[in-house]
Design a protein. Sequence first.
Length: 639
Amino acid sequence: MIKVTLKDGSVREAAPGTTISELAASISQGLARAAIAAKVNGKVKDLSYSLTEDASVEILTLDNEEGLEVMRHSASHLLAQAVKNLFPGTILGIGPAIANGFYYDFDSGHTFIPEDLEKIESEMKRLSKQEYPFQYQEISRKDALAYFQNKQEKYKVELINDLPEDARISMYTQGDFTDLCAGPHVPSTKFIKAFKLQSIAGAYWRGSEKNKMLQRIYGLAFAKSSDLEDYIFKLEEAKRRDHRKLGLDLDLFSLHDEGPGFPFFHPKGMVLRNTLEDFWRKEHQKRGYVEIKTPIILNQGLWEQSGHWDHYKENMYFTVIDDQRYCVKPMNCPGGMIMYRTKLRSYRDLPIRCGELGLVHRHELSGALHGLLRVRNFTQDDAHIFMLPSQIKEEIIGVINLVDYFYHVFGFEYHVELSTRPEKSMGSDADWEMATNALKEALDAKGMDYKINSGDGAFYGPKIDFHLKDCLGRTWQCGTIQLDFQMPEKFDLTYVGEDGEKHRPVMIHRVVYGSIERFIALLTEHYAGAFPLWLAPVQVRILPISDRHNAYAGKVQTLLKEQDIRIETDDRREKINYKIREVQTEKIPFALVVGDKEAEEGTVAVRRYGQQNTNTLKLQDFIDLMQEEIKSKKVIFEG
RNA sequence: GCCGUUAUAGCUCAGUAGGUAGAGCGUAUCCUUGGUAAGGAUAAGGUCACCGGUUCAAUCCCGGUUAACGGCUCCA
């Protein structure tokens, strides 16, 4: 007998060769019905898997994330089976499970159109009801190649050829459909019930633009249809937060055909920008930063010297001035280099923390543009820190703390990635290793969780990236810290050391917001447009009940304006209900209703955004409340 | 850049099986002076994205361009 340790810690004896489904049945009938796979010693296996030795086993159902993932993967096979039935001759790519669903890539002479999705979905439903078991089969490399070559599945053949020598090769069959697959899968197609095909998209084979573009069909899949409906509802709700919609509704910014990717900021959007910049300046001054401004256009020679010409040319814009070739800056660093060289630096001057809110232009691919999240010109809240090698770790930690402080103020949750050397890069392996290790050490010293993003560093150095989520859960890089040994070398930066000799400083490039534009987009989605008081473009709107209260409203407005409150008055001849409705739809934090009673008593009837109740306050009390809330940068989320 | 979809008033969208367009919201003017989410009337507002083609006639059909949207690639 073998010993099987279950999730609850209990131990059961079983005969060698007992399958997972037999084990599940021995635990309970219900579990046997719900079981779809199991984690055996941490690895997910089919129900048909036989236990041959002592093991810890966790039965997976559609109630666990891992169980769902198995089902979603099986759903992709079901999709492929349906497509093969309806569109014979379609060649298969790959079909994994993804968050909330699955996709499958197809190479087909037929171009899939949205109407096809309904047909395919019906076919999937039909196949699901057939309750085809997913049958596992191990196969030799030779037989696998022969099988898929015979079926003209060239992508599968390529995959098999790329498998390591000692790899086990397996196939799964449901009905008349067989796919190369490591598994595991649900026991039968009947477990795939709550799904919906979502969209069609192009996707390069193996993610490389050098390869053919296949047609990808995305689908959603959940344990039950109510979960699916909930998710679809949530997606719709999330779209209400979309910064592109809110940006229009709240009159923050606009984009036009005349300048794709070059956003126009409206007066209210400018308030956000300026408030973010004011906060940024204040916090940086506290931390020993100075601020500079370098030109947007600089001659081509500079960019050749910096390495951008060799490594970043495709993303740059160019111009000619008096027959000389110039570049529009895609980054601020070369300007910073020139600034550093304007005088002799002593080791006593270091670190120099030199900030710049710099407008950069980058030629992003047209298909990549996305509201304010991906634009062609944006303002980086940049800084270059020039330092002694001995100051590296401390400076990096200082920046990590700064980023963490900022994101905390806004109530953002973030995750961190460490991006390592890309293919197209400059410098020696030793420098790269040193730089990468320095970043790692700083992260470890802070005890931060991070994931390694291999080959995603800048061309001049590795980086720590801080990622924030948009309304649909897509993540965007905002803050970044990049350690650079190359730029100081290229520009022959020096400082005079204690020994009186010249030495090479080390440099950090870093941003906190990342780009003001992207950060505003994420803030808009984060707050669903209801900005905290300190950021709100309009903080207070006064709503006089009727004309005869305009004078008092004017008095209140003047008083609040003196306190630097962003305030306006709606003195149109509209009913108070109408004005209240507007102030709510515009998500203005405070509405002050003033009528006879208020004018007489010197009070205001305060209605806060999102709340129904009102609070009558003495004017001074309201001012105090505002100032306290602005000062604390309090975040109040919509319920 | 690549694949797919889309483009009608400031916004959200109808519409014409080819005969130059309509609603709601918003805007303007007038009436209404109203106490916490939409009072009423009237009016203005569109080369139906742009350039070609087919046709007696194109917003509609065809081709191209541009932009937006969903992805891929890329990235702050």
